[in-house]
Design a protein around this ligand. Structure first.
Ligand SMILES: [Fe+2]
Ligand SMILES: [Fe+2]
Length: 482
């Protein structure tokens, strides 16, 4: 295969993988396509399918100008298959095969492991589209409505990216996996999505922004780890997906940031300086900061579960095999084999949380999770606390302890408060609503969810953005509703 294939944008499926020269693959994808469209119409955004939406579409893979903006009806979006350029002479960067040429084909001994990694990643992509499908009805502005749909079409494109790998490299099993990706349903009792957080509801826009901040950030970490893969097609696919993922992160951090901004501005205007005076703050029609904190506690703890158990032989095996590396593996200064290395892990010992050094190979999930926590924490500071600080209100949003509200791993067996103090069952039950959103909090947020649909109009509980998408003016008609 030549190093660079120009993007073929004329066919049914835009691609830079030479689809025209691979009739078997093209047939497989063309067979999958109608089922995919049925899935999109059935489980994608409810309503708005005939409206023109100002979306960006990936049309190339170079740093400059990889995307173009324009009005598109979502079912006509050009979902394509785009890989980052091949790096000449790339070698495997870690594990038992370190230094060998990167694989251009599936290494037979690791076939099952690789297929599983791709399937699990692939399953999260349509899942989030399903979770967000009802939000269009209550969008706080046309700008936000457009951002929701941008995330949705890109997550769907990520599904295409994983389906491409399955169909191109895994024969019949791959085609079956690709069909199953369209068969499972988020939250379905009989056939749920593979990972817990992707079966939760996304009932309102605060949940959507928290999801894109916390849960899409897990996606970013997983894609980074897979971008290091010795299986070159997976690495190239994930490298390109990361360019899209950055925008999802942006939507989450600015979305919550704009909510925080509206709250602080309304409090200042009304002369309220106690952020815990919730009835008075809510009377202003904005979301009180303690409720935002509780939502952050919920989404953060739920997302930590996606990293799996702290100690994992699966993670060790896929690292040894050269299939999934660490976050920024190629920038870490060590032997990339982890022979004899240790890593500190928080564990539960005799009813207390203690730090223990364990073999680093077994603790790779933990390491990725630590990198995630650091990334999320710096986002909270930069995007949310800075806004509160500038407003002069005495409040800080902080991430809860990793032992808080967990269902998977070391701390699933206990309850802890957000500071990490272990609580008995009775005390947890008594104080739970101080840590996590109560039914009352959720009902209040739900009461605010009324659509704002005039160009330039924003719901009172969220501030307008600093700049428009693609530098459009504040009253730009991001979605044509007529
Ligand atoms: Fe994605
Ligand atoms: Fe995403």
């Amino acid at each position: 295969m030549p190093n660079e294939i120009a993007v073929d944008y004329d066919g049914l499926i835009p691609n830079n993988v030479g689809l025209n020269a691979d009739p078997r693959l093209r047939r497989a994808l063309e067979q999958w396509h109608p089922t995919y469209l049925d899935w999109w119409k059935d489980r994608g955004p409810e309503g708005f399918q005939d409206n023109l939406v100002y979306l960006r579409t990936a049309v190339g893979v170079d740093q400059e100008g990889w995307a173009k903006f324009g009005y598109v009806r979502m079912p006509e979006y050009r979902w394509g298959i785009l890989l980052a350029p091949q790096v000449e002479g790339r070698t495997i960067g870690f594990g038992a095969h370190k230094g060998e040429p990167a694989w251009q084909d599936v290494p037979g001994e690791y076939r099952a492991m690789l297929r599983r990694l791709i399937t699990v990643q692939g399953d999260t992509e349509p899942a989030s589209v399903e979770q967000q499908r009802l939000l269009g009805a209550t969008a706080p502005s046309l700008y936000d409505l457009r951002n929701l749909f941008q995330v949705n079409v890109e997550e769907a494109r990520h599904l295409w990216a994983m389906v491409y790998l399955l169909q191109k490299y895994f024969g019949r099993d791959g085609r079956e996996e690709a069909e199953d990706l369209l068969r499972r349903r988020s939250g379905d009792r009989d056939s749920p999505r593979l990972l817990g957080a992707f079966n939760e509801r996304t009932p309102d826009w605060l949940a959507f922004f928290m999801f894109t901040f916390f849960t899409d950030r897990d996606g970013k970490m997983q894609l980074h780890a897979l971008a290091q893969s010795g299986f070159d097609p997976l690495s190239r696919t994930c490298r390109f997906m990361l360019t899209e993922e950055a925008h999802h992160m942006f939507i989450g951090q600015t979305g919550v940031g704009r909510i925080v901004e509206a709250t602080c501005a309304a409090m200042n205007k009304a002369g309220i300086d106690d952020p815990h005076d919730i009835p008075r703050v809510r009377a202003l029609g904005v979301i009180d900061l303690p409720t935002i904190q509780k939502r952050a506690n919920f989404h953060f703890s739920l997302t930590l579960d996606l990293f799996g158990s702290e100690l994992s032989t699966n993670a060790a095996n896929s690292f040894n095999a050269g299939l999934k590396g660490r976050y920024l593996e190629d920038q870490i200064d060590d032997d990339h084999v982890l022979s004899g290395a240790t890593y500190p892990v928080l564990r539960l010992r005799d009813g207390a949380v203690v730090k223990e050094a364990v073999p680093a190979l077994g603790a790779l999930n933990m390491r990725l999770r630590d990198d995630y926590v650091a990334d999320a924490a710096s986002g909270v500071e930069r995007w949310w606390n800075r806004i509160i600080e500038r407003s002069g209100i005495d409040f800080r949003i902080s991430l809860p302890h990793v032992a808080f509200n967990r269902r998977i791993g070391e701390f699933a067996a206990i309850e802890a408060d957000p500071a990490g103090n272990i609580l008995g069952a009775a005390e947890w039950a008594r104080r739970r609503d101080a840590f996590l959103p109560s039914a009352d909090d959720d009902a209040y947020v739900a009461s605010l969810m009324r659509p704002a649909r005039e160009p330039g109009q924003f719901a009172a509980w969220i501030a307008p953005p600093r700049t428009g998408i693609d530098n459009k003016p504040g009253d730009f008609e991001y979605v044509k509703l007529a």
